[in-house]
Design a protein. Structure first.
Length: 387
């Protein structure tokens, strides 16, 4: 898309959304804010009886060559939870994404936001796309392939809460037209859709939650269940006719945390043909001093339980900044460590994403499985859900 046609599309989006918002809410105006393929003899770790300990040399994933794994940079790499991709990000962070071989970052553009502030973030991103030729706005699967071909960083829109929908499913259509392709139902706490994973209760979906999932299915918007409470997530998987995802969650059996998934959730997700994005947040990988090997244990566990078709990346390199920001988000101290957060050794930031692929190679995953985990599994879901 040329800059001119993008600008025209953007103006058309804003014009139509503004008119629609006025009709819905009165006269209020909206204002702006690359080892070539693994050896043929490499066996998959998911063979029965292979444990994470026997699948790799835990003392030295990196004891050999430090060459970048070619399979990583030849693959489409999708990071489905990238909260540090935001409108004000500078070229230095974009460079880190490129060093990490990231093809597509799903940006968290809203969480505890209402409608207007979410639209402000979208408008600010439109300006970023216009003025930075290193980025490409992603709204369909072909855009992801284009980003890979052109060496750009693809950016998509993801809500980590349903609050911007404000009890009105018509706003789902508005956000879809603006490019939002994924909405996470809750963010830790209870909202109008259902319970969050750190809420005091563990309830089912609300009537509105069921209505919202139905409309998301109809328009082609993907349901995300990370941060969602156990019962709400299980019911959401039953309610949705389309695959759903846990964009950034790990395995509870490997690291017990309210944010991680129990076996029946993982099995239900696999039955739904969805994807779980592996999360580097320290408290969800291992309680104390996690490493890349600990993160790979989560990959192995899920692969042994349901297979590699349901594993992706949702690294979530987030950082609350300070204690005040930690309190602002209402983080549960029993679930979320106090800042600063130290991400796992050997994968401390997004530029080290190739080391994750090197780790998969060290654990004996085939080239086919590695490519699926890096991005092809998410692409399969996008193809089925997005319209």
């Amino acid at each position: 898309m040329s800059k001119k046609s993008f600008c025209d599309s953007r103006r058309d989006f804003i014009k139509k959304t503004t008119l629609g918002s006025i009709a819905l809410f009165g006269s209020q105006k909206i204002f702006s804010e690359n080892r070539k393929s693994v050896s043929e003899g490499a066996s998959s770790v998911i063979k029965s009886g292979i444990s994470p300990e026997s699948a790799s040399s835990k003392s030295g994933i990196f004891s050999g060559s430090r060459r970048e794994p070619a399979i990583h940079f030849s693959s489409i790499v999708i990071n489905h939870a990238c909260p540090l991709v935001y409108p004000a990000m500078d070229d230095n962070y974009i460079k880190k994404l490129q060093e990490g071989g990231i093809t597509f970052s799903m940006s968290t553009i809203a969480s505890n936001d209402q409608f207007r502030s979410a639209v402000n973030q979208i408008v600010a991103f439109y300006e970023k796309f216009e003025n930075n030729d290193k980025l490409l706005f992603i709204t369909q699967v072909d855009d992801i392939y284009r980003a890979k071909k052109e060496g750009k960083v693809g950016v998509g829109f993801h809500f980590q809460n349903s609050r911007p929908v404000e009890y009105d499913t018509r706003l789902l259509d508005v956000f879809y037209r603006l490019g939002v392709r994924v909405i996470q139902l809750t963010y830790n706490e209870k909202n109008m859709v259902g319970d969050g994973c750190t809420e005091l209760t563990d309830c089912d979906l609300s009537k509105f939650g069921k209505k919202m999932i139905k409309r998301m299915n109809e328009i082609g918007m993907l349901v995300d269940l990370s941060h969602v409470g156990y019962r709400s997530s299980m019911e959401a998987m039953e309610e949705s006719k389309d695959p759903v995802i846990f964009s950034h969650s790990n395995a509870w059996k490997v690291c017990p945390s309210k944010r991680n998934l129990k076996d029946d959730q993982i099995k239900a997700l696999a039955k739904k043909k969805g994807v779980i994005g592996m999360n580097v947040y320290p408290g969800f990988v291992k309680k104390n001093k996690p490493s890349l090997n600990d993160l790979l244990d989560h990959v192995d566990y899920i692969a042994n339980l349901v297979g590699t078709d349901y594993i992706g990346i949702g690294f979530d390199f987030s950082e609350p900044g300070d204690l005040e920001e930690y309190k602002y988000w209402g983080y549960d101290p029993d679930t979320y460590l106090l800042p600063p957060w130290d991400h796992p050794k050997d994968i401390e930031e997004i530029s080290k994403a190739p080391d994750f692929t090197r780790g998969l190679i060290s654990r004996g995953y085939s080239e086919k499985d590695i490519k699926k985990i890096l991005g092809e599994n998410f692409i399969r879901v996008f193809k089925q859900v997005w319209k």
